[in-house]
Design a protein around this ligand. Structure first.
Ligand code: BES
Ligand code: ZN
Ligand code: ZN
Length: 504
């Protein structure tokens, strides 16, 4: 089972990371010193006392400017990251946390444990960065050795330690998969990555479909997008089985474009840079799956489904004007080869419905429009089941991963109607590209629209589903100085919590 990220042993030499509120900071600092240095224990303020080998960390929530937005409330994840930032270029790697019960005194023990888990996860995530290509490690810290002081040690139960480990390793995996250069994380090499990360779990079964198998199944969307690449497309289907009888079944679907050049409708350089992150949705679901495998759910069977495809131009590439018969049987006219994510997802979503899940969730770096309308920080959530979508949004709120509800207004659906095909891949106009993309995907979770008789559907169903457009939020390109540049890992912790909270 899990390596540990928080030891229960005291560390003599460790830097004391002392969380303080307005009521407790004067135990460490005289009023005069505090005034002289302007330390008021405000949320995220830090103060180093080198002679005492102690870092004071302000955790007083009252000082935070109030905003009606729940995502803006003080956040233990950020506070953990602030600690790592305060270590600067020092070589400190051993830390002992204290004062947790002091600054969370208004919460019950369960709340305090959750607070501590989030704080520690914030620390570990802030220290983590992608380093395989650094000839000389720039930071002395990728891994921290963290203990919790005696007064708070009762909070560190096995559940806390296991959850921390599961979330950290899952999120780090997501970030690793996104950050790896596209030549190294391609539709071929991803298969080794998936085996390496998931084969060790008794509760996980991995199936990887080859190009030939995809052809036999008729997954022509995935095959079309992959035709211009020298790497054959693949599709991963991993199943995480619960410990007890199955009461819920969840499908996680992720867009895995290992590089998005745009295809024949090629992107220009400014827009192409960064498109290694176009497997961000798949990486998010990969990390979520690993965390869930680690957590050993009781009653929820989890399926992760991701096509891995490179979108490249060559003489064999798919092109605009092509009409593709997708796995669902619905035909799609290609309007622009750069809108490739929805094409591969159409097959993956239709495949997910065949597993008869309670609901399907997909994550995709799907549209520039989502990023333009919501910023690089916020994911867009669209759904065909308002209650499911709202329930999920609450979890994103609770985990403080900024996500916004985006309405998929039916009035726009008509603009996807094709004249020679069932649907077009883009609308006639360029309005609200993220909503159009969401509407497009919704066609593939509703079996009533399917026309593939070979799927043998006796009774056709529309499946509850929500879609996360993470085009902006998957990456942290300098927008947040609390985390290394590159992949953010955003959404993993909310998805893991959403599924574990409902595992009853
Ligand atoms: N992978 C991109 C979307 C994207 C853009 C992700 C920026 C992250 C950052 C997607 O495949 C794409 O190219 N979408 C186009 C669609 C257009 C051709 C209608 C877009 O959004 O510009
Ligand atoms: Zn594209
Ligand atoms: Zn793309």
């Amino acid at each position: 089972m899990a390596d540990t990220l928080v030891t229960t042993q005291s560390q003599e030499q460790a830097l004391r990371v002392t969380l303080v509120s307005k009521n407790t900071y004067t135990n460490y600092l005289s009023q005069e010193q505090a005034e002289q240095y302007g330390f008021k224990a405000n949320h995220k303020q830090t103060f180093l006392l080198p002679h005492e080998n102690r870092l004071l960390v302000g955790a007083d929530h009252e000082s935070q400017a109030k905003n009606a937005d729940p995502f803006d409330t003080p956040n233990p994840y950020q506070l953990g990251a602030v600690v790592v930032r305060a270590l600067g270029k020092s070589s400190i790697t051993e830390l002992e946390v204290e004062g947790v019960t002091d600054v969370t005194s208004e919460q019950d023990e369960d709340g305090q444990q959750q607070w501590l888990t989030r704080f520690l996860l914030g620390m570990h995530q802030a220290a983590w960065h992608y380093d395989p290509y650094l000839s000389q490690e720039k930071s002395p810290r990728k891994e921290l050795i963290v203990s919790v002081g005696e007064a708070d040690r009762h909070l560190v139960t096995k559940e806390v330690a296991d959850e921390l480990y599961a979330l950290h390793t899952g999120i780090a995996l997501t970030r690793h998969v996104i950050d790896t250069p596209p030549e190294d994380m391609n539709p071929n090499s991803i298969q080794d990555e998936v085996s390496r990360e998931l084969d060790g779990y008794d509760n996980v079964d991995v199936q990887i479909f080859s190009e030939e198998q995809l052809r036999k199944k008729g997954m022509n969307g995935i095959l079309a997008v992959g035709r211009g690449s020298r790497w054959a497309p693949t599709m991963v289907h991993a199943t995480v089985s619960p410990q007890k009888e199955v009461k819920h079944r969840v499908c996680l679907v992720g867009k895995g474009i290992t590089y998005d050049s745009g295809g024949l409708d090629i992107k220009y350089a400014g827009l192409m840079k960064g498109m290694k992150a176009d497997l961000g949705g798949a990486a998010t679901m990969f990390g979520t799956t690993k965390a869930l495998a680690e957590l050993e759910l009781e009653h929820t069977e989890v399926h992760w489904i991701s096509p891995f495809v490179e979108n490249m131009p060559n003489g064999n590439s798919y092109k605009s004007d092509d009409i593709i018969r997708t796995y669902s049987g619905q035909t799609v006219e290609i309007i622009n080869t750069d809108a490739e994510g929805r094409i591969i997802l159409s097959d993956a979503l239709a495949y997910a419905t065949l597993l008869d899940p309670d609901y399907i969730v997909d994550a995709a770096t799907l549209t520039g429009a989502a990023m333009f309308s919501l910023s690089e920080h916020v994911s867009g959530l669209m759904c065909n089941d308002y209650e499911l979508g709202m329930k999920a949004l609450r979890t994103f709120e609770q985990e403080q991963e900024m996500t916004s509800y985006v309405p998929m207004s039916e009035v726009l659906r008509g603009s996807l109607k094709g004249s020679m095909s069932d649907i077009r891949s883009l609308a006639q106009d360029r309005m609200a590209g993220h909503i159009i993309a969401g509407l497009f995907l919704s066609h593939f979770v509703d079996q009533n629209l399917f026309r593939n008789e070979d799927l043998g559907l006796e009774e056709k169903r529309a499946y509850p589903w929500f879609h996360l457009d993470i085009a902006g939020s998957a990456m942290n390109e300098g927008k947040n100085d609390l985390m290394a540049n590159g992949a953010s890992g955003q959404s993993v912790r909310s998805l893991v919590r959403f599924i574990t909270q409902n595992d009853v």
